[in-house]
Design a protein around this ligand. Structure first.
Ligand code: ATP
Ligand code: MG
Length: 393
């Protein structure tokens, strides 16, 4: 008997003649994910689903946990593959599988059967009846409930026979590599890692840029961002993280512009610089963790003024999310504990007591004119001296 994992997907199924591209991409991602853990795996695509066969020494729970991070999969079922599908062997193997899967066999169940081998001795309804009777006889605590069973037991009879029962919920979304790439503005906060994860879950590869302001922001603050990139890379795959030294630009804005406009002007320069990295890395858009009204720089007026400097689309998946909803996702994907470590962020340095909450584009543009003398050169310098950190995923 061979242990495997049956992987189901949903949206890919409706992709018409491009469907195979999505399926191949999903197989590829499953292979990449499983190559990082113990065990040997063969991944095959068959009739609307993907099947990963496991051998060697592998840890069942670890496989399920890793597969739960692969975008595009909606459900994961451990399955037993039964090569000798003669009825006597099949029913015994199905019983052994149930025994192994469930600590206690005291639930109600219903057998569901599918048969593509039309020469098999039993029809599908007969398989259900015969298997049900066998399992009832073998396990005292079981009950049949055809309307509302605790557990479904699936028997599929193809070239080989397959038995499965438990279903673990997958991540959903679309497979990585099917949508192109975007540049994430990644800070050390709660929101931006979640934003990157969410967009990536739709099949988008991610690179990231972090604005660092040494000595005002410490090495630890930078390390926190690297840690966050590593955490989300379990979902997003490989990330090129660019660490941009933003100190001189920030100081220059501070010296030249009204202090209550510092944050908004700084955010405009972050967007401009991020867009340069995006262009150089074949990205089709920017991603931020902004959400309407969360802070002064995220009022609709501020968002409009920030947005003005971008020519690429800016994806803001959290735009209508409450903080608690974002926290819930951060906890689910495992970034929350790292995000709340108390290291300073470049945005919190020199912040005005009363930043503008309703900036007017005209006014901000006029203030930026005061930067004309040096800013282009400073931006060039910041782009050219950025450190690139490759996060493996
Ligand atoms: P986050 O929790 O993501 O830090 P926030 O609530 O602190 O967000 P802001 O500090 O206003 O909000 O930042 C809004 C967005 O701008 C962030 O979600 C992020 O995408 C981007 N951003 C802010 N600071 C930086 C930074 N130092 N480096 C890169 N991107 C940044
Ligand atoms: Mg922040």
């Amino acid at each position: 008997m061979v242990q495997g994992f049956l992987l189901k997907y949903a949206e890919i199924g409706i992709k018409g003649k491009n469907r195979y591209k999505f399926e191949n991409a999903l197989c590829e991602q499953v292979k990449i994910k499983l190559s990082k853990i113990d065990g040997d795996y063969t991944v095959v695509r068959e009739q609307g689903r993907i099947y990963a066969e496991a051998s060697g020494s592998f840890d069942f729970d670890e496989v399920v946990e890793e597969l739960k991070k692969v975008a595009g999969i909606t459900a994961i079922s451990p399955v037993e593959v039964i090569e000798d599908k003669s009825w006597d062997n099949l029913k015994k193997a199905a019983g052994d599988f149930i025994e192994k899967q469930y600590d206690k066999t005291d639930f109600s169940f219903k057998v569901k059967a599918k048969r593509s081998d039309k020469h098999y001795i039993y029809t599908s309804p007969e398989v259900c009846i015969e298997m049900g009777a066998y399992l009832l006889g073998r396990f005292g605590g079981l009950k049949v409930d055809v309307h509302n069973p605790d557990v479904y037991i699936w028997i599929e009879i193809r070239d080989k026979a397959y038995v499965y029962s438990k279903v673990y919920q997958g991540l959903g979304g679309m497979p990585l590599g099917t949508a192109g790439k975007a540049m994430l503005l990644l800070s050390g906060g709660i929101d931006s890692p979640v934003a990157g994860y969410m967009v990536s879950r739709r099949g988008v590869n991610i690179d990231a840029v972090y604005f660092h302001a040494p000595p005002y922001t410490s090495e630890r603050a930078k390390q926190k961002v690297v840690d966050l990139a590593e955490l989300i890379s379990q979902y997003t795959g490989k990330i090129n993280l660019y660490v941009v030294n933003f100190t001189d630009i920030q100081m220059y804005i501070y010296e030249q512009c009204p202090h209550e406009e510092l944050t908004i002007i700084m955010r405009r320069y972050m967007m401009r610089i991020a867009e340069e990295f995006a262009v150089n890395n074949n990205c089709m858009g920017l991603i931020t963790g902004e959400s309407i009204g969360q802070v002064a720089s995220q009022t609709m007026q501020s968002l409009a003024v920030t947005n003005e400097v971008c020519t690429m689309p800016v994806y803001r998946p959290l735009i209508a999310f409450d903080k608690q909803d974002i926290v819930n996702i951060a906890e689910k994907i495992g970034t929350f504990e790292t995000s709340i470590q108390p290291y300073e962020d470049c945005c919190t340095i020199f912040v005005a007591k009363h930043p503008v909450t309703k900036p007017v584009a005209e006014v901000i543009r006029k203030s930026e004119k005061k930067l004309e003398e040096k800013i282009d050169e400073m931006v060039r310098e910041a782009v050219n001296t950025a450190e690139k950190i490759e996060i493996d995923g």
